[in-house]
Design a protein around this ligand. Sequence first.
Ligand code: HEC
Length: 163
Amino acid sequence: MLRFVIFAFLCGHSFSAVPVAAFLDQHCVECHDADVKKGGLDLTSLTFDRLDSSTLKSWQHIFERVRNGEMPPNKQPQPEKNEKDLFLAALNEPLLKTDQADIAANGRVRSRRLTRVEYEHTLHDLLGIDIPLKTLLPEDRASHGFETVAATRLTPSITHPRC
Ligand code: HEC
């Protein structure tokens, strides 16, 4: 029997709970319930409600550890490949959408891009060369007078999530 409470899903960011819950119940909960809680992770307290910023990180960790074949630990019985694929497929899109919506709503510390001139200097330093490269590089897009404002360089799918 499933030990998870399954909530009703309201938005596109939810995932198909049954394969996800069944997978976790079968392969994970023995080490990740409220008592054992290996690595500090209690899966039984993690809501299956729609994903949001507060649970996103946990679900991303779960997804990555399973995808990378790190969980269940390799001395444990491993899930069948198609079972694992189904689990990852059920989580993949909702995780992406939630991540994008989260960035749109809360912003994120974005890495600053190099301008053409900075890029040229970096290449000169790295390669020990002195030939002008700036003209070979694509033009910097101007944005509010600052060349390095990362926000204007985001792709439209990130700045305008669909849900
Ligand atoms: C036999 C026990 C065992 C089983 C079964 C198991 N884990 Fe773990 N898990 C651990 C241990 C021990 C750690 C802490 C060490 C580490 O991080 O590798 C851990 C850590 C983790 C973490 C990191 C904690 C965090 O919050 O970042 C995640 C995520 C995780 N497990 C997910 C899973 C998932 C998903 C499954 C099932 C597919 C699973 N585990 C099955 C023992 C287990």
